[in-house]
Design a protein around this ligand. Structure first.
Ligand code: AMP
Length: 204
């Protein structure tokens, strides 16, 4: 099963990805995690990506497409994968289509987690205020200003990717504001047709 998860920060992609990893036995491939490892290891890719990542910009398509191309051919991704944080641009989406097409593979689903961004900001601000009121430090990920910057970057750069898949009839929109269990159920329903195809293929 080959799945792409789209949606802004705070939309619950990580939570649902973790469940899909367990349920389908396929790896979650996060380009953010891969790039952070490359930075930590000081590889040539990491050295190029470091400053861009720190500035909140996008690492170049060539670099990111290269690391994904190399990652999806590893044995653990043979049965499929969940892409998280990729594609972030139309050029990346086109490159992924080309990579899969060359191998005769296709995407099973592109799930977009839709959220009310204003409500998410209020939720984060509320939580940060409670944390501060307890005298505890607010983690960087939970800082409302950092969150707003990441949201703005998503709206600026990545909001173009969902329309790309929508135009191809591949996009399934999921209401990410629902409770976690309900979102998980919506994800299961969205993937059910792909699951049946996989099962049918496996029998032959
Ligand atoms: P993330 O953890 O997905 O928010 O990614 C952290 C940072 O890595 C982003 O702010 C970008 O600088 C970089 N990055 C991750 N994925 C991509 C991608 N697909 N294209 C370009 N840059 C990326």
């Amino acid at each position: 099963m080959r799945i792409i998860l789209l949606g802004p920060p705070g939309a619950g992609k990580g939570t649902q990805a973790a469940r899909l990893v367990t349920r389908h036995g396929i790896p979650q491939l996060s380009t953010g995690d891969m790039l952070r490892s490359a930075v930590a290891a000081g590889t040539p890719v990491g050295r190029k990506a470091k400053a861009i990542m720190e500035s909140g910009g996008l690492v170049s398509d060539d670099i990111v497409i290269g690391i994904v191309a190399e990652r999806i051919v590893r044995p653990d991704a043979r049965k499929g994968f969940i892409l998280d944080g990729f594609p972030r641009t139309v050029a990346q989406a086109e490159a992924l289509d080309a990579m899969l097409g060359e191998k005769g593979l296709k995407l099973d689903a592109v799930l977009e987690f839709k959220v009310d961004q204003g409500a998410l900001i209020k939720r984060i601000e509320g939580r940060a205020a409670e944390t501060s009121a307890r005298g505890e430090p607010v983690r960087k990920d939970d800082d409302p200003e950092v969150f707003k910057t990441r949201l703005a970057a998503y709206n600026r750069d990545t909001a173009v990717v969902a329309p790309y898949y929508k135009a191809r009839g591949q996009l399934v929109e999921i209401d990410g504001m629902r409770p976690i269990e309900e979102v998980a159920e919506a994800v299961r329903r969205a993937l059910a047709p792909a699951g049946r195809v996989d099962a049918a293929t496996a029998r032959h």
